[in-house]
Structures are given as C-alpha cells and as structure tokens.
Design a protein around this ligand. Structure first.
Ligand code: ACM
Length: 265
C-alpha cells in the first residue's frame, strides 16, 4: 500500500488558496495509487497568528466547515484517506489546533491537539481526548499533531490500542522531531508519517524534511528542507503487528508495567 506525506507551503491567512493546494496534492497522490495522504498542521490558515481574533475569523466548525467538506469530497472521488491539520471552531467559540481524518465513506474524526507548543496556548484551547484509531482499507491508523511528538506516552497508548500507522501533521520549527519520530517508530514498532511544512512566517522558519518511517526505524522517504514535495512510500502495515524486536524480545510483553506507575503521577 502506498502512503504519502504532502510537504506543502501554506500561504498565511489565505485559506482558499491553501484548499486548492491540498486539492492538487490529493489528486496527484491518487494518480499514483496512494491510499493515505497526510498534510501538515494548520495547513489551511498558516501558523503564526498574533491575534486570536484574526485566527477566529478563519477557524471552521468540523465537519460542517468548508475544508472538511472539501476533504470528504476529495476522499470519496479519489478513494483515499486524508489526514490534515486545521483551526477548528468549537461550539462555544473556542479554537482548537485539530487534525481531521476523512475516508472514502466520509468524515472519520477530529483530534484536538493535547500538547500546545510555545505561544499556541494564547490562541488555542487544549484538547481533552485521546485520538481515535480507525480501521479502514485493511489497516489501523491514528494521528497526533506536531509537538505531541515530545510526549512518548501518547504514541505508546495509541500503539497499545492497535495503531499501526501514525499520522503526524506538523509545523516544526526545531530539527528534533524528525529524529525523535524514528525512535517512536522503533520502540512501538509502527509506521510514522510526519508531514511538515516549509516556508517562513515572521521569525519562524519551518524545517521541512518530512518523513515516512517503518517499524525498524528505516527512513522510507525524506523531504528536503526548503522544497514542496509529495513523498510517497510503499508500506505493508501488517509488519506493525509483529511486536518482536528480536526473536526473544517483545516490546509489549517484556514491559515491567508494575514499575512504571510514576509515569502517570
Ligand atoms: C508545533 O507544535 N507546532 C511545534
């Protein structure tokens, strides 16, 4: 099965232009028989808003908003799963930094980022739910958003719940997550797809270098730092079902959970 990371350059505060970019990348992915395509965090609005009011004017309800509706149509016509980040407008006017998942049969879920980065907390409310896991087209996938990379507990929970392919929409400004996600893949024996953006907004430069990693930590595809790219890799998600790191070591059954209580205090 082919999966993809769309490393795009969203235009700040120009949602219609960005929706058209996403549309083109979905069509390109489908033409190459990709079944799952991941887009960056906040790929419709851009990232570096200084005012909550400006961001609020572009935030959208999910699934009724124009972006989710477009993605539902693109997923149906192209028979593809789409995961990507957007600014979600909540029922009470809150704004969430969310990742939306849609499939050929429609809307699947909206995950609200749990770990906000830097000054995001001035703009966004924090989510309070673990991401959902979807079983579709013969494999199980889920999503985290950007800075969630720094909290291995979240990926661990998703692996224990059965996630085989972890999508990771990102707007990375540090060069660390690309390294860390290799470890997340190895220690959980899952595929990870980090779709990072490129470009600069004010003082922030996004680091590109999107990647697709297999459960052995091999880099199946890697983007450049400053180029828009559709990265594609062929994966066999069933390989993520074997949790043996060596013939005698299993990453689930070898755990010493009775000694790990400190992790959740
Ligand atoms: C980030 O969470 N956007 C770094």
């Amino acid at each position: 099965m082919k999966v993809a990371a769309a490393q795009i350059h969203p235009r700040f505060s120009r949602p219609e232009e960005n929706r058209q970019i996403v549309r083109r990348y979905c069509q390109r992915a489908a033409q190459q028989d990709v079944r799952l395509v991941v887009f960056p965090e906040l790929c419709i609005t851009g990232y570096n808003f200084s005012s909550k009011r400006d961001l609020a004017s572009l935030a959208e309800p999910v699934p009724e908003g124009p972006t989710t509706q477009l993605w539902v149509n693109l997923a149906r016509t192209n028979e593809i799963i789409i995961v990507g980040g957007l600014a979600e407008l909540g029922d009470k006017g809150e704004i969430f930094n969310s990742a939306v998942a849609v499939g050929p049969k429609g809307f699947l879920s909206c995950y609200r980022k749990l770990h906000l980065f830097g000054s995001e907390a001035k703009l966004f409310s924090t989510g309070d739910q673990i991401p959902k896991i979807h079983s579709l087209l013969g494999f199980k996938f889920s999503t985290i958003v950007c800075f969630d990379w720094a909290f291995p507990e979240l990926t661990r929970i998703l692996m224990l719940e059965g996630c085989e392919v972890l999508c990771h929409p990102a707007n990375l400004v540090l060069p660390l997550a690309q390294r860390v996600m290799i470890a997340r893949s190895i220690e959980n024996r899952i595929f990870t797809i980090t779709a990072n953006r490129i470009g600069t907004e004010d003082t922030l430069t996004f680091t590109g270098r999107s990647q697709i990693i297999n459960p052995n930590g091999d880099v199946l595809a890697r983007g450049r730092a400053r180029r828009t790219q559709l990265l594609i890799a062929e994966i066999d998600p069933t390989k993520a079902r074997n949790k043996n790191l060596t013939p005698t070591n299993n990453i689930i059954t070898d755990r010493r959970v009775e000694l790990y209580k400190r992790l959740v205090t």
